[in-house]
Design a protein around this ligand. Structure first.
Ligand code: PSU
Ligand code: MN
Length: 345
């Protein structure tokens, strides 16, 4: 209709609109990836002075735990990292910015937010173009931490190969991220709902060091052991920091996965976990739950089937991981002064 009433103006106005669009885009497009970051002032100061900072993820807040346990977990993780002497930085997306460090009101806002996107590498740029909060998974949080210059990141459990993943290809983006992004991830093990054996195989193929903290076995998330022997072991934060520095000195660009057994008093017996996870996963299959919805669905069903004990375990392990990550970040900040150039040439 526009074309028939004013045929000649259409190409011109298209060009006009194109110019306006180009101008708007060039004002909006970041020249530097750091333009997309908004870093809380104390985190910025800590990073500038080489002090210890611990990144914390936010998908566990938006998708992993029910309200208000999610807020309690986020606050307790921050406090644990602080007690260890590090500055905590919860990472989330908000209206076009990657937020590195939230204040308490923002944390409460994030925890109460409904229907927010779950962001990994694949939808990071897309979701940054939308308003409101979004939770960052391990993969997106690693990307953000690296952009901000944060070397140590604490989470609950990483994603991995789901049961039947060899058929469905439901393999978390966390694994490829660990293979390509140089951030140390401190967790309580791959989430218990996963195929742990295949997850460890995939990490080995990708060249990701899997390091057990004070144990010979890979931690089992809700239970202290996964039943799988760990390829590597460290017994204190100094050893962990030394391993991170050697990895860097070799020019290896991958991440490092530290698995920390959750505190004894919060742990669930492994037989119980195996049984409950099998039931929840079978129900998810029957209900046709797939893809990114699968992890949150199974986690919440596991919480119901354990009368909330799984939620308590999840909160406790998040807090514990943050304290260990804090200690590693402190050791790393102390050791970073070591002249690696001199040490490696
Ligand atoms: N740890 C928890 N609960 C969670 C997660 C981790 O204790 O919900 C999140 C992490 O953000 C992890 C994500 O990156 O689940 C993995 O999801 P998927 O399996 O869809 O990749
Ligand atoms: Mn998945």
């Amino acid at each position: 209709m526009y074309a028939t009433t004013c045929p000649l103006s259409m190409p011109t106005s298209r060009r006009g609109r194109g110019r306006v669009l180009a101008a708007t885009l060039s004002a909006m497009i970041p020249r530097d990836p750091r333009d997309l970051l908004r870093i809380r002032p104390d985190v910025k100061r800590a990073l500038a002075s080489g002090a210890a900072v611990v990144a914390l993820e936010s998908t566990v807040v938006t998708h992993g735990l029910p309200f208000p346990h999610n807020l309690a977990a986020a606050r307790r993780s921050e406090a644990a990292a602080r007690r260890a002497g590090a500055v905590p930085a919860t990472i989330a997306l908000h209206s076009g910015r990657i937020r590195i460090g939230l204040d308490d009101d923002e944390l409460a806002d994030l925890a109460a937010a409904r229907d927010v996107p779950k962001v990994s590498r694949q939808n990071l740029a897309g979701v940054l173009g939308t308003p409101g909060w979004a939770g960052t998974t391990v993969s997106a949080t690693m990307i953000a931490a690296r952009l901000a210059g944060i070397a140590v990141f604490a989470t609950g459990g990483i994603g991995g190969v789901h049961h039947g993943g060899e058929r469905t290809l439901d393999v978390s983006a966390d694994l490829d991220e660990l293979a390509r992004t140089p951030v140390a991830v401190v967790c309580a093990g791959p989430k218990s709902i996963l195929d742990i054996g295949r997850t460890l195989e995939a990490l080995e193929s990708r060249g990701v060091p899997v390091v057990a903290w004070r144990s010979d076995e890979v931690a089992g998330f809700y239970s202290r052991s996964s039943g799988f022997r760990a390829p590597l072991r460290v017994d204190d934060a100094g050893e962990a920091a030394a391993l991170i520095l050697r990895h860097r000195a070799l020019g290896l660009a991958s991440g490092i996965l530290f698995t920390v057994p959750l505190p004894e008093e919060a742990a669930l017996p492994r037989e119980v976990v195996i049984d409950v996870v099998a039931r929840a996963s079978a129900e998810a299959d029957e209900a046709g739950i797939r893809g990114p919805a699968s992890t949150p669905w199974v986690l919440s069903r596991v919480a119901e089937l354990t009368d909330g004990r799984a939620v308590e375990a999840n909160v406790a392990l998040l807090e514990h991981d943050a304290s260990v990550a804090g200690a590693i970040a402190i050791a790393l900040a102390g050791a970073d002064g070591v002249d690696l150039e001199a040490a490696t040439t």
